[in-house]
Design a protein around this ligand. Structure first.
Ligand SMILES: [Zn+2]
Length: 394
């Protein structure tokens, strides 16, 4: 005999999905990409990261179609907004409390759904339950939630940790891959944009999501620190093997002397354009970012030289603190002078970081070092291809 709890009213459940898709046509592709997996163990409905939707037959029986339609949209929102991917980027301590993460994510979703006139079952989570304003992302709600909130488990498609009722791995019924999922997100964002253009309405949360997905705004601080970090790793790795006796903890290699990789810290020169066409604040911010990252990766002290490249006299001076950098009154800039001076030093740097407004000639050929340029201001011309560039808008 089948357990009556496992008898799923598929007609009702799919009628609810049809209703959700016809009310919000831009979500139709995403809604129909979900595969239904009936499970008596899931409390209501939940999703895994492979776009499988686990459904409690008892919950379907007890919930009106209109509210089930809202829950369909709730579940697909977890996946479209890549909640599991974003949860994986939280600090480890925050990731551990899946319930708290889940509640924060439900806050991010439900305020938009309710503002959009959708109906959700009683007992739903929304920001005002915690005295919080609508319209934030879950990463912002999370630290503001009281400790030990424990309400929901929308599955690994939300908080990233597999729930007990989930199918293992990506095998089994119609698991969606990451590439397909990303394509589906794009398709949905484009459908939202079209909907907004033709109908003029789109909930604010979805609007922001679609914009960010189609035209991501890259944070220059992140881009610059990424470029510096990467250059440091490259310079640290581009190095010699030294013959050393392996540690005695490597028993399989006893008696054999193998080359071991030594990763010395790179030397870095930061060349600052002082021609004065850049903003003081932006220059200070860019320099602060660079020195901060270098300190983090262990490159500091006499391994970092800062050179101020004076535009008027084409003189280069070594500075030991940011305050010593004074911006000049404009004039022609030639960062080649600064780069040459940096490379002529006795302790030749492997990385040269140039902070400039970009109105400068560049060396004619690839120098034997890695060059990262932070181009300050939106007008900066593009340097040659071998210069890695990060744009810092004014
Ligand atoms: Zn949820």
């Amino acid at each position: 005999m089948t357990d009556p709890r496992s008898r799923l009213d598929t007609t009702k459940l799919l009628a609810a999905r049809y209703r959700a898709a016809s009310d919000r046509p831009y979500l139709a592709s995403a809604l129909y990409a979900l595969t239904v997996v009936p499970s008596p163990d899931v409390p209501t409905m939940g999703v895994d990261r492979h776009w499988r939707c686990y459904v409690s037959p008892a919950f379907v029986d007890a919930t009106p179609v209109e509210e089930l339609a809202g829950v369909w949209i709730h579940e697909v929102a977890h996946l479209l907004r890549d909640h599991h991917g974003r949860a994986g980027r939280l600090p480890a301590a925050d990731q551990r409390d899946r319930y708290r993460v889940n509640v924060a994510q439900d806050c991010e979703i439900n305020d938009d759904l309710l503002a959009d006139g959708l109906r959700l079952p009683a007992g739903r989570v929304e920001p005002r339950l915690f005295g919080l304003p609508d319209g934030q992302l879950f990463e912002a709600y999370l630290p503001q939630l009281p400790p030990h909130v424990r309400e929901h488990d929308c599955g690994s498609g939300a908080h990233g940790r597999p729930a007990p009722w989930e199918l293992p791995g990506s095998a089994g019924p119609a698991a969606l891959g990451d590439v397909e999922a990303q394509a589906l997100r794009r398709l949905t964002a484009e459908a939202m944009r079209t909907h907004q253009r033709t109908r003029g309405t789109l909930p604010a949360g979805w609007q922001r999501w679609a914009e960010e997905l189609l035209e991501p705004t890259v944070d220059w601080r992140q881009a610059l620190s990424g470029a510096v970090r990467e250059a440091a790793a490259w310079a640290g790795g581009a190095v010699d093997y030294t013959y050393r006796r392996p540690s005695r903890r490597t028993p399989a290699l006893r008696g054999v002397v193998l080359p071991s990789l030594r990763r010395p810290l790179p030397r870095v020169a930061v060349v600052v354009d002082t021609s004065g066409s850049m903003g003081d604040a932006e220059l200070a911010a860019a320099l602060g970012e660079v020195t901060g990252v270098l300190r983090e990766v262990g490159v500091r002290g006499n391994r970092v030289t800062v050179l101020a490249c004076d535009a008027d006299v084409h003189a280069v001076s070594r500075v030991t603190s940011t305050e010593q950098i004074t911006l000049g009154g404009g004039g022609g800039t030639d960062m080649r002078v600064g780069i040459e001076a940096a490379l002529a030093a006795r302790d030749r740097p492997t990385i040269v970081i140039v902070l400039t407004d970009g109105f400068t000639p560049w060396p004619a050929e690839t120098p034997s070092c890695r060059i990262v340029a932070a181009l300050i201001g939106s007008e900066a011309p593009q340097p040659p291809g071998w210069v890695e560039t990060v744009r810092v808008p004014l």
